[in-house]
Design a protein around this ligand. Structure first.
Ligand code: HEM
Length: 529
């Protein structure tokens, strides 16, 4: 609905209903409406001291350059400002953002939450005020950090078992060379594996639940996008009439219908002394709520948390795996290298995928990280709101109300930051393996090297999972899941590009989102064991 449509609708509504009640009703209604709308207005901060990227262009052209050509536009900003130690202003459809250089980003990511906030920009991105996402609750973040990431060892068997089941169910047999739209297949695999860990075994075979967890992300983004198209003054009233919003609400209801009986059954069983809810996030959340005295049977809240988990986990992981497969078939020498490593380590581990096995796959880990460096989820990363004015050590002043972000993609392609011997613009699947090797050669002990240049490590030269304490908490789980799936795929299938395809499938961007063509085929053929 455009602003004009909305104004016509409002006028006709007032004409037909309110005026009949007399002018007083109209005055009161307009006053309430104005107060309501004004309460949603925030005055923008003054950031005129920060240079604007593309200042010679008009605002519309600047926004278009960012929306449709962000890689090139941000590279210009990196060379003109960030590389010289400065921040710059970027015009976006959500208002201006300040894009920081690497030093500024490091400094800001160490500030406490009451000065630099990550929830508000994330919330705005999905229009949480209207779509109901997030709610300012950190339960997901907490449970991932305190339970999921610390129990990954115990979850190894469950994960291995579920990946086998899901690969068999959703990757076609491929007894001969078969074109597979890999993204479609792997998204279902990831949805089922995630469901096993997020909810428990009960829903892993529910096609309806898997579809909900897959569709939710798209529906949330479509609803948020449609809401952003409304004039900000009209959003508080008209969002509920948008078809995209209604679709999202239908999905919320469907999720509630499925989660409610499950939670009811668990709640009842939890009173029994021999109860075991299994290793899954729903149970850990329930345990925490019961411990804290929430006996309110808040099914809607728990269903919403599950959807939010799907949003954080499913397409991020499926996109990462698809990008890895696109990189693998474009760099076929890596297929043999990874296959050999998995085979060798399996032999050393008596054919078992358990225990510390995944940690031994260092070439696989390096390949995963290089693929992610070339294909991060966002070109800029770690959007934050400044809640209290700060002056950085280089003198840059960031007023309260400013939104900041880091120029991650370009920072991670800068040879001075990456400090790798091979060209940062090239794809080098063993880049991080060799960087670790260099550290070992300098005499650093194994323990110190263990945390460096890994898929899950974060640093200024590796911002793919974000920065600071709000970097992705799910990366340890995602790392294990991706490594397991990738290792199993290279062991079970021969892979190659379809006939006639000679180059890696190109990615593209929309605003900061770094996307891939999800419709592409990969040729797969089951290996004879
Ligand atoms: C390859 C897969 C994944 C990628 C690329 C990814 C990437 C990211 C990024 C870039 C952020 C923002 C960090 C920042 O603002 O500095 C983030 C946040 C988050 N991710 Fe992930 N993620 C992945 C998988 C997962 C999984 C599997 C989970 C859940 C188990 C998860 C849960 C979260 C949560 C809860 C946040 C918000 C953290 C907060 O607000 O403090 N992610 N992720």
């Amino acid at each position: 609905m455009t602003t004009r449509d909305a104004t016509i609708w409002l006028k006709s509504y007032l004409d037909t209903s309110l005026l009949k009640g007399g002018p007083l009703v109209l005055v009161v209604a307009v006053a309430i409406l104005a107060g309501f709308l004004y309460s949603n207005y925030e005055a923008p901060p003054d950031i005129s001291h920060i240079p604007v990227l593309g200042a010679e262009l008009d605002v519309k052209t600047r926004r278009q350059a960012y929306t449709y050509n962000a890689r090139t536009f941000l590279e210009r900003g990196y060379n003109e400002f960030n590389k010289l130690g400065k921040a710059f202003q970027l015009d976006t459809a959500d208002g201006p953002k300040i894009v920081l250089n690497v030093k500024q980003s490091e400094e800001v990511s160490a500030k406490p939450d009451n000065i630099v906030d990550n929830m508000r920009p994330n919330g705005r991105g999905v229009q949480d005020k209207y779509t109901g996402y997030m709610d300012g609750d950190d339960v997901i973040f907490r449970i991932i950090k305190t339970q999921l990431s610390t129990r990954l060892g115990e979850l190894g068997d469950i994960l291995a078992h579920q990946t086998d089941k899901s690969l068999a169910a959703y990757i076609p047999p491929c007894n001969e060379w078969t074109p597979v739209v890999f993204y479609d297949s792997i998204t279902r695999v990831v949805a089922a594996v995630s469901t096993r860990i997020f909810v428990g075994e009960e829903l892993t075979t529910s096609e309806e639940w898997l579809q909900i967890t897959i569709d939710y992300t798209k529906q949330l983004m479509e609803a948020a996008h449609a809401i952003k198209f409304l004039n900000p003054w009209l959003r508080p009233i008209f969002y509920r009439f948008l078809p995209q919003f209604r679709t999202l609400m239908n999905t919320n209801e469907a999720a509630l219908r499925i989660v409610k009986p499950l939670v009811q059954a668990r709640r009842e069983a939890m009173d029994k002394p021999d109860f075991n809810g299994g290793d899954n996030m729903l149970q850990w959340m329930l345990d925490e709520r019961v411990k804290k005295g929430f006996h309110d049977k808040d099914y809607r809240y728990l269903a919403q948390l599950q959807l939010q988990l799907s949003f954080a986990a499913i397409h991020t992981t499926s996109m990462a795996l698809t990008n890895m497969l696109y990189d693998l078939i474009a760099n076929p020498e890596m297929i043999g290298i990874l296959h050999e490593e998995v085979k060798e380590q399996l032999a050393l581990n008596n054919g078992s995928w358990e225990g510390q096995f995944l940690k031994k796959l260092q070439k696989v880990d390096s390949f995963m990280k290089e693929s992610q460096r070339h294909n991060p989820v966002g070109l800029t990363i770690s959007d934050r709101d400044i809640l209290r004015p700060i002056t950085l050590s280089d003198g840059t002043f960031l007023p309260a109300g400013t939104t900041i972000t880091s120029n991650g993609w370009h920072i991670n392609r800068d040879p001075d930051v990456l400090q790798s011997e091979s060209d940062p613009k090239k794809f080098d699947g063993l880049r991080y393996y060799n960087m670790r090797d260099q550290l070992i050669k300098t005499g650093l002990d194994d323990k110190k090297v263990a945390g460096k240049h890994q898929f899950v490590s974060i640093s200024s030269s590796s911002m793919m999972f974000g920065t600071g304490k709000h970097a992705c908490p799910g990366r340890f789980f995602a790392g294990n899941e991706i490594k397991l799936l990738l290792a199993k795929i290279v062991m079970r299938f021969d892979l190659k590009m379809p006939p006639g395809v000679t180059e890696r499938y190109p990615g593209f961007s929309y605003e900061q989102s770094n996307l891939l063509d999800t419709t592409k085929n990969i040729m797969m053929k089951r290996r004879k064991l």
